[in-house]
Write a protein that binds this ligand. Structure first.
Ligand SMILES: Cc1cc2nc3c(=O)[nH]c(=O)nc-3n(C[C@H](O)[C@H](O)[C@H](O)COP(=O)(O)OP(=O)(O)OC[C@H]3O[C@@H](n4cnc5c(N)ncnc54)[C@H](O)[C@@H]3O)c2cc1C
Length: 490
């Protein structure tokens, strides 16, 4: 089959999925106003793959069927393959201004890295590598949109889930000849309401203890979102349902990819969909053995680049509209935004050029360069929001609804909301966009997303620093001081 169209994707969402939001069960996520905008955007991304001028960027020939399949599924074998993959990421993420964090390329990359390293799942008594490889091919050939739920819920973070008093975190409660049964919840999966399948795997910063109790929590699998017993509890939408015009919250309307808690009500996971089963070693090492996190960092660093460029361009446009770009401190802030774009891009290209051999004949981009973006970009995004707030100032909030341009007050609106360099219509739509990027609940969710979507930065950064080889640093400083002290002695 190969790449899907947007219509095929939307048709696939009309199943028996059980999504709950605002106290009610959602009938159809493709038409419900809280989810339809995100679903429509994702459908548009799928359609982009078919555009004749983009098809070579967005797709490659399947090694098994010869069909055109999504480029983000490629198992890269050279720096050139990584660059080709990045160009594909960039098209989708430019389209979404970097604000749709879970466009399917994110998970496609994860699946491709699991597939390349499928032998890592053949540990102990478990021989699930063939399931991992088979699902990767299935997803690639059918353009499946997946989400993932890696983290147990916030019940008591002072203990791992196996030692918590409250029985809330998802765990294995039984098995039979068809599969195993899971009960409880996983904390969060972005996109779940509008994804086809859900991948349930470990998170690197949340290892299990090597104990008998932990075995019930040591699992990995993938199942359809519509699996019986699977319930999604969605957070309230950030889309303003009573807005005067869709132009008032343009980012919210297009790019709310939604977040859900995942509840397993005695869900049967078929054996052929199992990747890890009661295997603590495989669970704790799943991410490092497969280089998954480094590969997904390649995708999200490119998303960060698209987002940084969007925030830069927005700030420049707002500053120009009222002539505040003539002031020195505003020019300095625009300079900051320009530089962020350059260093993110430099890190991505360095990671591609300095790639090294990985599992199954693939290459892995240089982790350190991508980790730099992972840790340094989130505060830069918050800073970009602050810069847009500083440049737009009171005007960010004090522009009326775009709908006022069609009201009886239209002549007054057209006169009084002009700026030096743009008319009222342009000013209102521009400042509403800037407000949505830097100030609304959509922006707040984006800031939280950047802070946490890739795990807890505190623990990740600390474990990264702990694994850094410090001996050369210490030797260098000691040698320098020895040399200068030696000079003193003559
Ligand atoms: C918008 C958004 C989207 C997300 N999407 C997904 C998704 O699609 N799939 C997915 O799997 N996850 C997703 N995540 C979840 C993400 O993986 C977690 O938020 C992240 O791992 C942090 O965990 P937590 O939120 O439970 O915070 P906690 O772990 O509860 O941490 C809260 C605070 O306590 C500190 N803390 C907690 N435990 C420790 C400890 N042992 N040592 C030191 N400090 C500690 C942390 O540093 C932090 O400051 C998303 C998160 C957000 C915010």
């Amino acid at each position: 089959m190969g790449i899907r169209t947007g219509k095929q994707y939307l048709d696939g969402l009309r199943d028996d999925r059980e999504v709950w939001c605002d106290g009610e069960r959602v009938k159809d996520v493709t038409t419900d106003p809280r989810f339809a905008g995100g679903a429509r955007t994702l459908a548009e991304l799928y359609d982009l793959q078919h555009k004749p001028d983009l098809i070579d960027t967005m797709t490659y020939e399947s090694p098994t069927t010869g069909d055109r399949v999504g480029m983000s599924f490629i198992q890269p074998r050279s720096a050139e393959d990584l660059a080709a993959r990045r160009k594909m990421f960039k098209v989708w993420n430019d389209y979404t201004c970097g604000m749709f964090g879970r466009s399917p390329d994110f998970m496609n990359v994860m699946l491709s890295s699991y597939g390349a390293a499928h032998e890592a799942f053949d540990t102990g008594e478990s021989k699930f590598g063939k399931n991992v490889a088979a699902y990767y091919e299935l997803a690639r050939e059918n353009d499946i949109a997946t989400t993932h739920a890696l983290v147990s819920p916030q019940v008591d973070r002072s203990k791992t889930p196996e030692f918590q008093e409250k029985d809330i975190a998802a765990r294995i409660v039984g098995d039979n000849d068809k599969g195993f049964i899971i009960n409880g919840v996983r904390m969060l999966a972005t996109l779940a309401a509008i994804a086809d399948d859900i991948v349930v795997m470990p998170a690197p910063s949340y290892p299990l203890t090597d104990s008998e109790e932990a075995k019930d929590h040591a699992f990995g699998f993938v199942i359809p979102v519509s699996t019986p017993g699977l319930k999604l509890i969605a957070r309230p939408s950030v889309i303003h349902q009573n807005a005067g015009s869709p132009m008032d919250y343009p980012l919210s309307n297009h790019f709310d990819d939604s977040d859900c808690m995942i509840m397993f009500n005695n869900v049967l996971v078929p054996w052929e969909r199992v990747w890890i089963y009661r295997d603590i070693e495989a669970y704790n090492a799943a991410q490092s053995r497969t280089h998954t996190h480094t590969h997904t960092s390649h995708q999200f660093a490119t998303k960060d680049l698209a987002k940084a460029q969007f925030m830069r361009d927005l700030a420049i446009t707002v500053a120009r509209s009222t002539n505040v770009d003539q002031f020195l401190h505003i020019q300095n802030m625009l300079g900051e935004l320009i530089h962020v774009c350059e260093w993110v891009e430099a890190c991505i290209r360095a990671a591609e050029q300095d790639c090294h051999p990985g599992p199954g004949g693939t290459v892995v981009p240089r982790r350190e360069a991508l980790q730099t973006v992972k840790f340094l970009f989130p505060p830069q995004f918050r800073r970009a929001c602050e810069i847009i707030q500083t440049i737009g100032a009171g005007g960010l909030f004090m522009v009326p609804s775009f709908a006022m341009l069609d009201s009886d007050l239209a002549p007054e609106i057209e006169k009084y909301f002009q700026a030096a360099n743009i008319d009222s219509r342009e000013r209102i739509r521009l400042f509403r966009l800037a407000c949505d990027a830097a100030l609304t609940s959509f922006s707040g969710r984006q800031q939280l997303y950047e802070r946490y979507f890739a795990g807890d930065p505190v623990r990740s950064q600390a474990s990264y620093a702990a694994s850094f080889d410090k001996a050369p640093s210490i030797a260098r400083i000691t040698n320098l001081l020895d040399k200068w002290e030696g000079e003193l002695k003559g």
